[in-house]
Structure formats: C-alpha cells, structure tokens
Design a protein around this ligand. Structure first.
Ligand code: 13P
Length: 253
C-alpha cells in the first residue's frame, strides 16, 4: 500500500564533481529498481548538477533545508521555489542537526513544512528525541510536540507528507534503534498523524527510520509494519553501500 522510500542525506559532503560521479555509479546499480522510491539530498551547491545527472532515472533529489519565505532579504537562505527551480522534488525539514546545532524551533519547522507543500515539494519532516529525553520517558511527549507544531495548519496539503523518525542518540553513533523500538515509535507517530491530520492520510503516509542505518540492519528495520523506508546519513555517501540499503529495503539482502 505504501511504496517504501529510501533517502540519502549527504549533509555537508560532496562537491559538484563528486555528486556527478556518484550519480553515474549509483544509477547503474539501481537501474532495475521500480518498487522503492529513491531520493538523494546533496548540499545546495550540487543540487542542480545532481538533478541533471539523474534525469530520466526516476531517482529524486531533495534539499536539506529551506527558508519559509518565498523571497526577500534573508542572506544565505534558499526558498522552496528555488529548490524546485534547481530540480528538487523533496526537502528535508527539521533535521535534528538543524534543531540542535542551529536552534531551529518547532514553529519554524511548521512554517517550513507549509512553505514546502505550498511549492509542491514533498516535505520529509524529521522528528526524534535525545538520549536524555528517552531515558526520562519523555520520547512520546517530545514527538507529540514536534508533530503538533510541525503539522500545524497543514490540513489537506498533507497528502505528500513524509515523516522521518530519527532518534538523536542513533544519528552518527553506530547505535541504531532496534526494529522493535522503531516500530513502537512509528506506530505512535502514525496514531498521532491520524489525530492531528486525518485517519486516511495517516494510513498512507510514509514514516522513515533514520539513525545509523547500514546495509546490515536495514532489512530488519524495513520489515516492521510501520517502517516505510529509511533516511540514511553516513552509509548514503557511497553509491555501493546505498544501493545495498535499497536492496535491503526490498528484502533482497
Ligand atoms: P547516520 O545514518 O550517519 O546515522 O545519519 C542519519 C541522519 O541523520 C540522516 O538524516
């Protein structure tokens, strides 16, 4: 019912040349894949070139962030329309690095989600708790707050929404959530989506897991009923390992 989605968040890695070389190698590795939606999120500087290098492949391109306004005096920022213009079809919003390193608030995340859907970009909205929050049994409370604010005012435009559950303690640590931990949280997120949005929308939304996803653990995570794919950091930087993750998502590893 829900087509799995696997996205590589390159964070602050890769030049234009490196992105083009990756595209060339990766396209060949996933040329036969039709049952998984695949997205690459390069730095802004490589977005246009990467979209060009992937043309006709069916592989999508995402921004890693955007500004909520359409244009104006916002030095250093990029709008939803600019992302579309450069070839993006998706945008990652509210990644924990943006929230924790750059002070992005829940309300800002919500404004960005609305801006993305307004420009017909698919928002990949990230939520997740820190280790301290998990250990003090506040995981669901934190997620509920992030979801409530992130989805405020979205209503009918939520038809394209993707949610990524990325526990902060699992990002770049080599310590992934267990499949059972991920499933428990994903089921909770889906139930909240039904409450904040609507039951039929909640049933069809993809909820991705992110945090130390590797070729060796993706199959067990993706086999969970409410895990609809992965948002991959480090293991998405190499075309071979990311292609293996795509294969694992399809149950082929
Ligand atoms: P890692 O896969 O490197 O843990 O990063 C996850 C992430 O932050 C993806 O957005």
């Amino acid at each position: 019912m829900r087509t799995p989605l696997v996205a590589a968040n390159w964070k602050m890695h890769k030049t234009v040349g490196e992105a083009a070389a990756y595209a060339h190698a990766f396209r060949a590795l996933v040329a036969e894949v039709r049952d998984v939606e695949i997205v690459l999120a390069p730095p802004f500087t490589a977005l246009h070139a990467l979209a060009g290098a992937l043309a006709g492949s069916g592989i999508g391109v995402a921004g890693q962030d955007l500004h909520a306004e359409r244009q104006g005096a916002f030095t250093g920022e990029i709008s939803a329309g600019m992302l579309r213009d450069a070839g993006a079809g998706y945008v990652i919003i509210g990644h924990s690095e943006r929230r924790h390193l750059f002070g992005e608030t829940d309300a800002e995340v919500g404004a960005k989600v609305r801006a993305a859907t307004g420009a017909r970009l698919v928002p990949i909205m990230c939520v997740g708790e820190t280790l301290a929050e998990r250990e003090s049994n506040r995981t669901f409370e934190v997620l509920d707050r992030q979801l409530q604010a992130g989805l405020a005012g979205l209503a009918a435009a939520a038809g394209s929404l993707v949610v990524a559950y990325e526990p902060v303690w699992a990002i770049g640590t080599g310590r992934n959530a267990t499949p059972e931990q991920a499933q428990e949280v994903h089921a909770h997120i889906r139930a909240r989506l039904a409450g904040v949005l609507d039951e039929s929308i909640a049933r069809t939304r993809r909820i991705l897991y992110g945090g130390s996803v590797k070729p060796g653990n993706v199959a067990a995570l993706a086999a969970q009923p409410d895990v609809d794919g992965a948002l991959v950091g480090g293991a998405g930087l190499d075309p071979g390992s990311f292609a293996e993750i795509v294969a694992g998502t399809r149950g082929l590893l």
